[in-house]
Write a protein that binds this ligand. Structure first.
Ligand SMILES: NC(=O)N[C@@H](CC(=O)O)C(=O)O
Ligand SMILES: [Zn+2]
Ligand SMILES: [Zn+2]
Length: 422
């Protein structure tokens, strides 16, 4: 099987790429190959396939929200070729038997590469750790109770020690439940104005401080999921200076939205962690720019229309992200002149791949042909009708952005192609 991608822009040069058996075998200004299938990229830009270390695919058990098939289609549409799936499906991926089935299910139903997280503890809430050693051996990419903070230090510390032994990361949703008070958005003046109950933002950094102490003692690779407050960024910066083996992700919505933009009770602005203050948002951008935060992850959290309608008091936490992340980050960070394209690639492909030990993130001879081709020239409007995800719950609907996916390839196989004109 040979594929020849013609006329594509790679690092500002017009090139062709030859792919044989799923691997890039040649990159040159002009490649002639008689027996290859041709894909004409029509002068659009080629990037390494994006890597998202935080998605929720809801399969099995909550497939009315998303399935592996629809989630992986959404990923391919967004330019993502590898994702790390969270274990909060039903049943939760918290024991070796269930993990084994899930790995097979992912393989069978997915268009893209899915790496699977397993739970730190039973049903994501128990105070006794899961069989981390066995699940690591079976192929879990790491361990997390995402959706819940690990409420006690002993469970987290034991999980870290076991994960360290098998050389796997812990991804932490840091949230101390005792500070949440049934809140539905960030506690503060914005919540007061809307008369909505607030979640104390110290819930995040206070648990993070505990975890950083434990992470340092254990030596584990500790990864902070969806970091959202200034205090957390400050702690992370200190921990990195001290040599703690820590990484962090931030979501596009925490970079681009804050609680002052919640003008009315709107379920599309409800997610966990909640949108924080403009000061927090600035600190997240600063942390990303100075390398304190390593990568961007979407926390793609599809829900049904019904679950995301009505009031923030009763609707579900979470928004979709796979089909808007690249466009939003490209438009707001690269097109606006803040950073160059390689920096975006580092945030959305190279760093997540490197930090989670995935063979992805660079385009070079010998690399797997996990690629995406983006139209950076023509703007478009984000429209939920075009989402391939079952979830239409995005606060970014109607926004004019740049960076439309033209095609996505996984191991040289076309997994998404834009139906319209280039
Ligand atoms: N982010 C969310 O608001 N929701 C996530 C859970 C999570 O990431 O904590 C979900 O599973 O829906
Ligand atoms: Zn979470
Ligand atoms: Zn999540």
């Amino acid at each position: 099987m040979k594929l020849l991608i013609k006329h594509t822009i790679l690092n500002n040069n017009l090139v062709d790429l030859l792919i044989e058996n799923g691997v890039i075998t040649s990159i040159a200004p002009e490649i002639m190959e008689d027996d290859a299938q041709i894909f004409d990229a029509k002068h659009h830009t080629i990037l390494p396939g994006l890597v998202d270390v935080h998605v929720h695919f809801r399969d099995p058990g909550l497939t009315y929200k998303e399935t592996i098939a629809t989630g992986s289609k959404a990923a391919a549409h967004g330019g993502f070729t590898s994702v790390l799936a969270m274990p909060n499906v039903r049943p939760a991926i918290d024991n070796p038997e269930v993990l084994k089935e899930q790995l097979e299910r992912n393989k069978k139903k997915s268009l893209i590469n899915i790496y699977q997280f397993a739970a730190i503890s039973s049903n994501l809430i128990a105070y006794k750790t899961s069989d981390i050693e066995k699940m690591a051996k079976l192929g879990a990419i790491g361990f997390t109770n995402d959706g819940h903070g690990v409420q006690d230090a002993e469970t987290m510390y034991q999980a870290m020690l076991q994960a360290k032994l098998v050389n796997k990361p812990i991804s932490a949703h840091v949230e101390d439940d005792s500070l949440i008070n049934g809140g539905v958005m960030n506690a503060g003046s914005a919540a007061d104005k809307l008369c909505l109950p607030g979640m104390n933002p110290l819930s995040e950094a206070s648990q993070l401080a505990r975890d950083l102490v434990l992470a340092k003692a254990s030596g584990v690779h500790y990864h902070v999921a969806h970091i959202s407050t200034k205090e957390s960024v400050d702690l992370l910066r200190i921990a990195k200076k001290e040599g703690v083996n820590v990484t962090a992700e931030v979501s596009p919505h925490h970079l681009l939205l804050d609680d002052e933009m919640i003008e009315m009770d709107n379920p599309m602005m409800k997610m966990n962690p909640p949108l924080r203050t403009p000061t927090d948002r600035k600190a997240l951008i600063g942390g990303l720019l100075d390398g304190t935060i390593d990568m961007i992850a979407t926390d793609h959290a599809p829900h049904s229309e019904k679950e995301k309608s009505g009031s923030m008091l009763t609707s579900a936490f979470g928004i979709v992200g796979l089909e808007t992340a690249f466009s939003l980050i490209y438009t707001n960070f690269v097109k606006s002149g803040l950073v160059d394209m390689q920096t975006l690639i580092n945030w959305m492909s190279k760093n997540p791949a490197q930090k989670f030990n995935i063979n992805a993130g660079v385009i070079k001879v010998g690399s797997p042909a996990d690629l995406t081709i983006m139209n950076l020239v023509h703007p478009y409007k984000i429209d939920a009708k075009n989402f391939l995800s079952k979830g239409k719950n995005s606060p970014f609907i109607g926004e004019k952005v740049y960076g439309k996916t033209m095609a996505t390839f996984v191991a040289g196989k076309l997994v998404y192609q834009n139906g319209g004109n280039y």
